[in-house]
Write a protein of this length. Structure first.
Ligand SMILES: Nc1ncnc2c1ncn2[C@@H]1O[C@H](COP(=O)(O)OP(=O)(O)OP(=O)(O)O)[C@@H](O)[C@H]1O
Ligand SMILES: [Mg+2]
Length: 334
């Protein structure tokens, strides 16, 4: 079991309120991702759930029981941080065993859990090494192993992959998803990387300045962002946001169209502009287009073989059925 419920929680540091009253429920077994810009309160919220940070007001429930004043070690949760914080003088086996030794788990049970965790994380061959003899990805797996053996009712991850290089991040991302599929344990994962959020989450919680802007599945957020902030935050490259006369034509203060929903069309199109930077990814090319009269830059995703030079005039056809409309408050118009 691992349902986590936040009721009207707030957090202030001195007289600065970083989390205004907030309600959120993470269901048992769910993979929830907190995402938002730096300083929006993701870590603070996670630490409040873990019990590492006091609440200023409100309550935290774990499996229907008030845990607001329960000490971290008694909450049945395991936290994995960006820095692995392994003991350098201990073997991998001893590092993984450490929380069980502290909790007085008997030796046979310790051995059973270490074996299972090592198999799940492909660490069996490394159990007798020290952390200094491992790669960054392997060290992060040891840190996760140390969390698994506690058999927590939920895992809390705070940017666990941000110290790893790009290839390792992708690999570890998949491993964590597979681990979730296998264990079916509640996971709350903090990141500022919206690609991680989109690829890992059952449920994404988008935060800005301590406020939940939207909660939904990755595709709900992609297809129906509640407001301009979520529209601009979810999706890569970012959604183009256009205001002024063009938006008024569509009965909106702001319209949004994603780069993948604008086609580059021969010598005519609804919009036109001048090619600035072209980013060639091989599979796709992202064109950043100026002088459209719509916004400073319009970004378009075209197939990799489409080729234009800097300064060429380009014609664009937005797919109008993919247009997002927002009102003067920045809220989505259905
Ligand atoms: N101990 C503290 N004392 C005072 N202010 C704090 C403290 N911890 C965090 N804050 C402030 O609370 C806000 C939220 O911080 P938090 O660390 O939760 O952000 P975050 O979303 O995790 O950001 P990042 O992506 O950079 O890790 C920030 O404005 C931060 O400066
Ligand atoms: Mg943080």
């Amino acid at each position: 079991m691992g349902q986590i419920k936040l009721n009207q929680v707030t957090k202030s540091f001195g007289d600065v309120e970083v989390i205004p009253p907030l309600d959120l429920t993470i269901e048992d077994g769910e993979f929830a991702v907190f995402v938002g810009p730096s300083g929006c309160g993701k870590s603070t919220l996670l630490r409040m759930i873990a019990g590492l940070e006091d609440l200023t007001s409100g309550s935290v429930e774990i499996d229907g029981t008030d845990a607001t004043t329960t000490p971290p070690a008694k909450r049945g949760l395991a936290m994995v941080f960006q820095s692995y914080a392994l003991y350098p003088h201990m073997s991998v086996r001893k590092n993984i065993a450490f929380p069980m030794r502290m909790a007085g788990v008997d030796q046979a049970e310790q051995d059973r859990r270490i074996k299972a965790a090592a198999e799940a994380l492909n660490l069996t061959d490394y159990l007798d090494r020290r952390p200094g003899q491992l790669s960054g990805g392997q060290r992060q797996r040891v840190a996760i192993g140390r969390a698994i053996v506690r058999e927590p009712s939920a895992f809390l991850f705070d940017e666990p992959l941000s110290n790893l290089d790009a290839a390792l991040r992708v690999g570890m991302r998949l491993e964590i998803c597979e681990m979730h599929d296998r264990l079916k344990t509640t996971m709350i994962y903090v990141t500022h990387d919206q690609v991680e959020a989109m690829t890992m989450a059952d449920k994404i919680v988008v935060l800005q300045a301590g406020v939940i802007e939207q909660v939904g599945s990755p595709l709900e957020l992609y297809h129906k962002p509640r407001n301009v902030f979520v529209a601009g935050f979810i999706g890569s490259p970012k959604m183009n946001l256009i205001s002024g006369a063009e938006a008024e034509k569509h009965g909106a203060r702001t319209i949004g169209i994603r780069p993948e929903h604008i086609d580059v069309t021969g010598d005519s199109g609804l919009w036109q502009g001048v090619v600035g930077v072209a980013e060639h990814l091989g599979s796709d090319t992202f064109f950043h287009i100026h002088n459209t009269g719509l916004a400073e830059t319009i970004t378009v995703r075209a197939p990799g073989e489409v080729s234009f030079d800097n300064g060429d005039v380009i014609h664009l056809s937005p797919r109008l059925d993919q247009l997002h409309r927002f009102d003067a408050q920045g809220l989505r118009i259905e």
